[in-house]
Design a protein around this ligand. Structure first.
Ligand code: ADP
Ligand code: MG
Length: 216
């Protein structure tokens, strides 16, 4: 027993290109945390609140100006932090979110080409706590080449506005995730998600406790 439940409540985000295996591994991670005596709040972005889910539906379906898209992502995030994430952490509950700010960095800055300075301003507006930023304690980036993600999504009945983007878009998204990880290796961990589902989980069961304790 690794006694993770003795740690203060942690906020974990799960990231990666579409089809990387985020939902698969998030569900496993939640089950695994329960075996450790931790009942996490499971949530997602965009979304996670009634208003956020309405914004999600628009973001995934409606054509819009690219800066409007970024602003709506951060508006949904503000609501998500205020209504779900911060109250849960304050109650001492763990939070596991399917995507958070690193996704906006990857999709809107990397994929769409939004000005990084605007992104930084929005991030400080929405997540700023004095000089610091409220960030996940641990971010898992499930990394696959975009064609692997595309192939895994092939079974889906319909693709959303992001999933329909061309291969070069997804390649830029992936590169931006890897850049985020290189810039903050203590928080953002890259997981080779081309491996089998079981091999990834065996690795996570070893690595996640170490990472949560701040070991390399
Ligand atoms: P995401 O949430 O990142 O879009 P999903 O977890 O929905 O990805 O996975 C997409 C598809 O790929 C699902 O059918 C899932 O069963 C499958 N899948 C997930 N991880 C792997 C893996 N490591 N190897 C092979 N198939 C996988
Ligand atoms: Mg998913």
């Amino acid at each position: 027993m690794s006694e993770l439940n003795l740690l203060p409540a942690r906020f974990i985000s799960v990231e990666g290109v579409d089809g990387a295996g985020k939902s698969t591994q998030l569900n496993w991670l939640a089950d695994w945390l329960r075996t450790q005596g931790i009942a996490p709040v499971l949530t997602r972005e965009p979304g996670g609140t009634p208003l956020g889910e309405k914004l999600r539906a628009l973001l995934l379906s409606e054509a819009m100006d690219l800066e409007t898209e970024a602003l709506l992502m951060f508006a949904a995030r503000r609501e998500h932090l205020a209504q779900v994430i911060e109250p849960a952490l304050a109650r001492g509950e763990w939070v596991v979110s399917d995507r958070f700010t690193d996704a906006t960095w990857a999709f809107q800055v990397g994929g769409r080409g939004l000005d990084a300075a605007k992104f930084t301003a929005l991030e400080h507006w929405v997540q700023g706590r004095g000089e610091a930023l409220l960030q996940p304690h641990l971010t898992l980036v499930f990394d696959v080449p975009p064609d692997v993600g595309q192939a895994r999504m092939a079974a889906r009945a319909s693709l959303d506005r992001f999933e329909q983007e061309a291969a070069d878009f997804h390649a830029r998204v992936r590169a931006a995730y890897l850049e985020r990880a290189a810039a903050d290796p203590q928080r953002v961990k890259v997981i080779d998600a081309t491996r089998s589902i079981e091999a990834i989980q065996t690795g996570l069961a070893i690595d996640v406790p170490r990472w949560l304790r701040g070991e390399a």
